[in-house]
Design a binder for this molecule. Sequence first.
Ligand code: 4AD
Ligand code: MG
Length: 461
Amino acid sequence: MRTKIKQLTAQNIGTTVTIKGWVRSVRNQKSFSFITINDGSTLSGLQIIYQATTPGYEETIKNLTTGASIAVTGTLVKSVGKEQAFELDAQSITIIGLCDPETYPLQKKHHSFEFLRTIAHLRPRTNTIGAVARVRNALSYATHQFFNERGFLYIHTPVITGSDCEGAGQMFNVSTLDINKPARTPAGTIDYAQDFFGRKTFLTVSGQLEGETYACALSDIYTFGPTFRAENSNTSRHLAEFWMIEPEMAFADLNDNMDCAEAYLKHVLRYVLNNCSEDMKFFDDYISKGVIAKIEHVVNAPFQRLTYTEGVKILQSASKKFEYPVSWGTDLQSEHERYLAEEYFKKPVILINYPAHIKAFYMRLNEDQKTVAAMDVLVPSVGEIIGGSQREDRIDLLVKRMEELKLPVEEYAWYLELRKYGSVPHAGFGLGLERLILFATGMENIRDVIPFPRYPKHAEF
Ligand code: 4AD
Ligand code: MG
């Protein structure tokens, strides 16, 4: 039976185990070889001692190259070195898959993240990308745990949709029309009535609108799925395909929303500190010095809550020179968000009550008639990690807002009916999983925290 390296404990010392994985390195000594093997279950892998007197040694050792997959059976022994607690005294090694040492691109030297992106099919075998994958998994698991423990139902909202939730027009079309010869209307425009769905459809930019329908029946729900934005942003914070977590709560206002977002972030980050300590130590040592202390601080200190108007005042009186000037009514840029969280408050900030005209149509209008019950959670080094709001639950105000924005009101009839049939105050938010991973690990570029990043001109693999 195969044992994963992560399962090994001091209790296994003296027993025989079989380990399967990929060779990371081989060091031949006079009478034996040191082999390190990794199976992905942990960062560190396992050291194997392979005595030259073992039957079949000569035959095997010449094919034991970095990248080869092997099965090793041996006795787990206490290690004499201080690098590891124990090592495996091999009785037999079987090579499962050879690896061509001449062409294998992952040699034992430093590779840049740019280079690793070109071999995205092999990069999970590196320490950093492996650690990112384990932290990503832990954050996803802790997300489901947090919401399930609080009675939120996991709802699968559609990937293909007819509506533009954020109203920003950054949608990928979904069509089976022949792009060289699309069906035309008598007027010469493209005839979407003849398309697969009989209408124009897109990849979703958010599951929120559909999520609201379930919240307005089941009270508390969340979605967690792939999300698409055709924005031509070549930044280290944007992807064309990312994963968004979107809770939605009925009978809830902006304060409930802020409380939920703060409790959620603290829960998942605490989970990673407690369950990914080896990977977090690696990030602290090699990727972002001090990241563990930073996350511990976030988990323990209350977030700073303030209004957009107060935030703008702070930015205007900052001695720091910004590339983009700020005044009441301008949308905040990443440099402003980061200044507030990183330099001014030195902790996560929840900014609320933004001017209506810089936010999406569905946000609830405040009594001042100028701002909406929006909230953005801003964190050090990443900037915006969460965007959310209390939703406009008054049908007349919602329709008025949609008309001002020239949205096709009739296409949102189903959404408006939630306000017609038993309307309730409700609120929710969206969190980009990859931004959360950037924050938790201290990784620099969002393209390195999703297995196969999609961004302008890049959809290989
Ligand atoms: O602020 P956004 O656009 O909000 C919404 O989509 C709402 N419908 C959410 C809701 O209330 N249910 O996006 C939410 C979050 C952002 O704060 C950011 O973390 C992430 O999604 N995000 C992206 N992450 C990676 N690449 C992109 N292009 C992203 N756009 C948004
Ligand atoms: Mg936003």
